[in-house]
Design a protein around this ligand. Sequence first.
Ligand code: SAJ
Length: 429
Amino acid sequence: MGVVDVCVIGLGYIGLPTACLIAKAGHRVWGADKNAGVIEGLKAGRLHIVNEKGLAELVGEAVVSGRLRFSTSPAGADVFVIAAPTPLVRLERPSEETGLAGLGDFSYVAAAAESIIPFLAAGNLVVLESTVGPGCTQELLKPLLERSGLRCGVDFHLAHAPERVLPGNILHELVHNDRIVGGVDRQSAEMARDFYASFVEGAIVVTDARTAETVKLMENTFRDVNIALANEFALICEKLGVDVWEAISIANRHPRVRILNPGPGVGGHCLAIDPYFLAEKAPSLSPLIRQARKVNEGMPVHTADLFFGLTRGRDVRKVAVLGASYKADVGDERESPALQVAELLGKGGAPVVVHDPFVEDYAGPLDDVLRDADCIVLLTDHTVYRELVPDDVARLVRAKLILDTRDVFGGEWEKAGFVVARLGGPQRG
Ligand code: SAJ
């Protein structure tokens, strides 16, 4: 494919890095986001996405090259890439009909599609990257775009190319992961394949849009269900007085066993949401998927219960909560179990002080949070916490008591006099 004009709609975690890589490949990119603050920031060289390796440099290079420009509205292009969010709308109580706790929200994708209608022209390719339920591209997006008066498959082409990259490693994975492109028809799929081949080094796997939508959801559901299994093992091990972390590491020596890690819950905008998109389409056929969600969604409450069990009868005047983001070394708080736990502790009367080096509201000095703490609750395994030295922390805290939900504090902490209770381990008080 030669150089083309590309309009990327939605400059979030996926849209911004994707726009940069497309520009790096030589295409001319118009990056649109309706959030004026985001656009002003980008124009002034300020990124709204932090801690994504290499992103700031790449944005800088793309802008300097003149191939990446930003605006609050779309512009005409050969290829439109929609990377709008598809969050979950949580229901007040699980639906009686389906048993589901939430439903996928397509409205941001719909708004993005409507915003390009005035610019859509014959020969264009539209690619949806946002994660959506099976059938959305064909049944919702296609008719929306056809309101332009142009016919899909005749005048313009449409494909779904779900993003599958890991936050924290997005730029590497965008280039090197295999990419699925699912067309609503053969020509759409082939056009999308040629477009992605111009900036992706992984294999481009061509299929239809519905399969592409389903594959993406299956991947994240697979991970969510497997984490639920690890969490269930943790609960069982607590009852048995066995350390689940040790048990998992031994079990994983089996050549065909790969158990994931338990923890205080599953967060982020993907695993905590995508299984619902799949289950929504076939509620009566997805008891395992829904049960896994229930197990994972129960972990913050379980973690809070562990805390209150551990501190019962103690004089607790300060609790140092380490971690607010949903996983290690990222600043994303969406669906974060750490924040849910912190809130539950606060509601239960615990005097909580939260620290997180990646989240602006909690990024004050770590020593200040640890000083005079009566209990440390580790919720997110950021590298800075793994690097803490027991004797240094011992000098700061008032009581040497830890609740570790991520297997961060090993034997050297006990040697330094700490009582370390672990999620998934024998409980101490
Ligand atoms: N977690 C555990 N135990 C584990 C692994 C993860 O409790 O063993 C928790 C994390 O702490 C976090 C949550 O699960 O709260 C999700 O973290 P993650 O690293 O598993 O995944 P995400 O949400 O950052 O990214 C996932 C990835 N999907 C898969 O690995 C199948 C990524 O490739 C997708 O592109 C991304 O979802 C997405 O955007 O859909």
